[in-house]
Design a protein around this ligand. Structure first.
Ligand code: PLP
Length: 410
């Protein structure tokens, strides 16, 4: 007996991350938190295992007037927030283009609207084979499908050949294609496209756009503030100037990691185009989707970001605090990467972000084996995800060796 409509029947949310975390919580109950290494969590914990919160964000948030928290926000977002998001995202690397930002419920909301409005129903969205599982869920929820290209070639560099092959395959029968690239600090690998990779991607897409098909690219930058020096990690954005009008770029911005504001569910979808008509359409379609899905977005979080941008001293302090958080995650990741190198554990090239990935043919068995050492990581399709954001500097030591050993059972 099904009461749900046919498309919603048999839907069960399998979430490898939450399942792995649940096993870990069970182990903590038996062995105690000190003995257990939880490398499953996708938020930043300090070295005491407490959820890290940026002090200046905490301070400013508490000064907001109650009405700033409780009033409705405009459907597209507070104008000052929309403008601040553009400043924060591009910093010194704003391309010469029409640019507009629409407030969304986190980066997830931005991904949702991009897939909802820039892929045809029944058609494919393209992303890399190492991808954040929610892309698939959103594609299915909105009646789209997901196809992947191989992110890495044999030398673990960006696989341009497979990227273009998959673009061509889909454009053979689709007139429209949405591509999602999660870079820099890809989840789950920590990989980033280099500036040269970006040149190659844009050249390849320009060529395909010249043939008359409509191509949109969503760049998911959820972890950009944990990816390295801001002026370097944003340099690729300048390349989005003077694109053909049928090559549309969107950016998914999130306050979750950059402001440690995960649960406040605030982000933005940013459109970048050489065409006024395309940006007008983007604003209208986005507003429509906002109204339909959540009506409007958390006003307090938007007000917080605006306030932080306006208060020079607070902003400088906030940037310093975030830099410390970034350095902490980097220190942990550096330990893992170094130890992996020493013990000969092959990992995906890590250049920043919350996670490190270890390719494996049998990730579930390896993660199971790691439980013997009370280490909990996330088994994905192509390998194992280790969360440098949540494992303390002390506990991350030795994890690479343990994974290397667990892999001998593969
Ligand atoms: C790759 C990636 N993109 C986007 C998001 C969106 O996060 P949020 O919806 O919390 O902003 C996440 C969160 O885990 C993520 O891992």
């Amino acid at each position: 007996m099904n009461m749900a409509a046919s498309h919603a029947q048999d839907r069960i949310l399998h979430d490898a991350i939450f399942e792995a975390n649940q096993s870990c919580q069970d182990a903590i109950k038996i062995y105690g938190a000190d003995r257990v290494t939880n490398a499953t969590i996708g938020v930043m914990l300090d070295d005491n295992g407490t959820l890290a919160a940026l002090p200046t964000v905490d301070k400013i948030y508490r000064t907001l007037d109650i009405r700033e928290l409780t009033a409705y926000a405009p459907i597209a977002g507070l104008p000052a927030y929309r403008s601040a998001v553009v400043d924060v995202t591009f910093a010194n690397h704003k391309p010469d283009a029409y640019i507009s930002a629409l407030a969304t419920a986190g980066g997830t909301g931005a991904v949702h609207h991009a897939i909802a409005n820039y892929a045809e129903r029944g058609e494919y969205v393209l992303t890399s084979d190492w991808f954040w599982g929610n892309y698939y869920i959103i594609a299915v929820e909105t009646g789209k499908r997901l196809k992947t290209f191989e992110l890495f070639d044999d030398e673990l560099k960006f696989n341009l050949a497979d990227f273009t092959a998959k673009v061509d395959e889909l454009l053979e029968w689709q007139d429209r294609l949405l591509i999602i690239l999660n870079t820099p600090a890809n989840n789950p690998t920590g990989f980033a496209l280099t500036d040269d990779d970006w040149d190659n991607v844009i050249d390849a897409l320009k060529l395909r756009a010249e043939r008359g098909k409509n191509i949109s690219v969503l760049v998911d930058i959820a972890y950009i503030d944990f990816a390295g020096e801001p002026d370097v990690t944003r340099r690729f954005m300048e390349k989005f100037a003077n694109l053909p009008e049928n090559l549309f770029v969107m950016i998914a911005f999130s306050m979750s990691k950059s402001y440690t504001f995960y649960g406040q569910r605030t982000g933005a979808l940013i459109g970048v185009t050489s065409s006024r008509a395309v940006i007008d359409e983007f604003e209208q379609a986005g507003k429509y989707s906002n109204r339909a899905v959540w009506s409007n977005i958390n006003r307090g979080a938007q007000a917080l970001l605006v306030r932080l941008q306006q208060d020079k001293d607070a902003h400088a302090q906030f940037v310093r605090e975030r830099e410390q958080f970034y350095q902490l995650v980097k220190r942990r990741a550096d330990i893992f990467v170094k130890e992996a190198e020493i013990c000969g554990l092959r990992i995906v090239p890590y250049s920043g972000g919350f996670f490190i990935a270890v390719p494996s043919d049998n990730p579930i068995a390896v993660c199971q084996k790691l439980h013997d050492d009370l280490i909990f990581a996330v088994p994905l399709k192509l390998g194992i995800r280790v969360a440098a954001c949540s494992v303390s500097t002390k506990k991350i030591k030795g994890v690479a060796d343990k994974i290397k050993f667990a892999m001998t059972i593969e």
